[in-house]
Design a protein. Structure first.
Length: 258
């Protein structure tokens, strides 16, 4: 950035201060996801790197000169084109009346900076308070944490793997406490892939310890002591449910109910 002392009073960029490279490089912009309104912070950071590589950050911070020459027009045209074609078609309409790269840049900032900061705060709250639910498997919980971290990064926040690792270990269900203690004090800390594998292996181990529920007890027919279930059999070896009433010949109930 140029010092304010090097700029004229009206904050206009002097043509002699524009130090354009021989060839403006647009190769990096192809890898920048278009601005869709939800990714403003990461989009602004990526575009800032693009303009910095082409020595055009001052163009975005300075007023349009009163009498722009060919050098300024070339720089402005390239920068405006990069901004315009790196936003979604729905957002391009907001730039239809802008005349310079600086104006387009500030228009987008006014539209999305506030919502971006609000989204960042809400996502931060969600990420920091997320914990595994009792009906949630380990893989589901891990996926929700990593997905929140990805959203964080889209908003321009630097979320390290170490922070994700801590968030996962600190919020597992109580039955994972022995594993958490082991992994926390391990001399060689594992990456996210090995952490995930260790947690899933421990979850399978926990599942083998849980008692397998036995068959449901047979249902007793009202007014009798006879079990009404296909697995309950009479002394003749015939399931009670298949026995026939000796009075009417129907199956499933007995003389005292006929």
């Amino acid at each position: 950035m140029s010092d304010n002392d090097s700029l004229p009073p009206d904050n206009a960029l002097r043509m002699e201060d524009i130090d354009l490279p021989m060839k403006l490089d647009s190769s990096q912009s192809a890898g920048i996801p278009p601005l869709d309104g939800s990714n403003y912070a990461s989009w602004k950071k990526a575009m800032g790197v693009l303009f910095m590589r082409n020595r055009l950050l001052d163009l975005l911070d300075s007023e349009v000169p009163a009498n722009p020459d060919a050098v300024w027009r070339r720089a402005n045209g390239w920068a405006f084109s990069e901004i315009f074609f790196r936003v979604s078609p729905e957002i391009q309409c907001n730039l239809s009346d802008t005349m310079s790269a600086r104006e387009a840049w500030l228009t987008l900032e006014n539209l999305y900076l506030g919502s971006s900061l609000e989204n960042l705060f809400m996502l931060s709250q969600d990420f920091n308070t997320r914990s595994q639910k009792t009906n949630q498997s380990a893989i589901q919980f891990i996926n929700t944490v990593t997905a929140a971290a990805t959203d964080f990064r889209h908003l321009g926040e630097d979320v390290s793997d170490q922070r994700i690792r801590f968030q996962i270990l600190a919020n597992l269900l109580p039955e994972y406490e022995p594993l958490v203690t082991t992994l926390t004090h391990a001399s060689g800390r594992s990456d996210l892939k090995h952490l995930k594998e260790a947690i899933l292996a421990y979850e399978k181990k926990l599942a083998t310890r849980k008692p397998v529920p036995g068959p449901a007890p047979p249902i007793t027919l009202p007014g009798t002591s006879v079990a009404y279930a296909s697995t309950a059999t009479s002394t003749e070896g015939v399931p009670y449910a298949d026995r026939k009433c000796t009075e009417c010949g129907k199956t499933g109930y007995f003389v005292d109910k006929c």
